[in-house]
Structure formats: structure tokens, C-alpha cells
Design a protein around this ligand. Structure first.
Ligand SMILES: [Zn+2]
Ligand SMILES: [Zn+2]
Length: 106
């Protein structure tokens, strides 16, 4: 639930604009629930490698994987669909220790 910061009225959610909108004074405020990992799906699939901003990957599952950089055996794991019918989805890993990110085509 969200109240207008201008007049205190309970705001409605405008799903099209993805913002809160006050029915009384019309003030708009963006909804701050952006996902941790953003996947862009325009003109086919786009691989989005998690950047420095999104290093807090608490919602991403951890698996056993050997980091090629530091040898740590735990990594965060996520999957991204690549383009093409015969291509399977690409797995990405990010080392829990050093943050190195690599992909696995197998
Ligand atoms: Zn208002
Ligand atoms: Zn590592």
C-alpha cells in the first residue's frame, strides 16, 4: 500500500505506466519493485549479464560450480534463453567469492 506524498490519499496503481497515481491530486510516483535481474526481450532474446549494480543476488540459487578464476566451488546460477531453435539456453555462473562471471554451454 502506498500513500500520496503530497496529500496523503491512498494511491491507485497504474499498471500501464508502472507507477502509483493519486486519485485526488494526480501525483505520480514510480513503483520501486524493479527485479534484481533484468531481462530485455526486444527483437528476440537479449543476454543480460548481471552487472556490478546487481551483485546482491540473494534470490538467485547457489550451485556447486568451480570458479575458473579463484577455484571456489560455489556459484550463483541463472539461465538465459539464446536466439535460435537449435540453441539451448545458456547457463551463467557467478562466483560467490570473487564475483567472476562465466557461461556454460553444455
Ligand atoms: Zn495526492
Ligand atoms: Zn571465484
Amino acid at each position: 500500500m502506498k500513500f500520496c506524498s503530497t496529500c496523503g490519499t491512498m494511491c491507485n496503481i497504474d499498471h500501464k505506466k508502472r507507477c502509483y497515481i493519486c486519485p485526488k491530486c494526480g501525483a505520480e510516483e514510480p513503483i520501486n519493485d524493479a527485479p534484481v535481474i533484468q531481462r530485455t526481450k526486444q527483437n528476440g532474446e537479449k543476454i543480460v549479464v548481471i552487472g556490478k549494480k546487481e551483485q546482491n543476488l540473494r534470490t538467485t540459487p547457489q550451485v556447486k560450480a568451480n570458479c575458473p578464476k579463484c577455484g571456489n566451488d560455489k556459484a550463483y546460477w541463472w539461465m538465459v534463453q539464446t536466439r535460435g531453435i537449435d540453441e539451448s539456453s545458456t547457463q551463467f555462473y557467478r562466483c560467490t567469492k570473487c564475483g567472476y562471471t562465466w557461461r556454460d554451454y553444455s
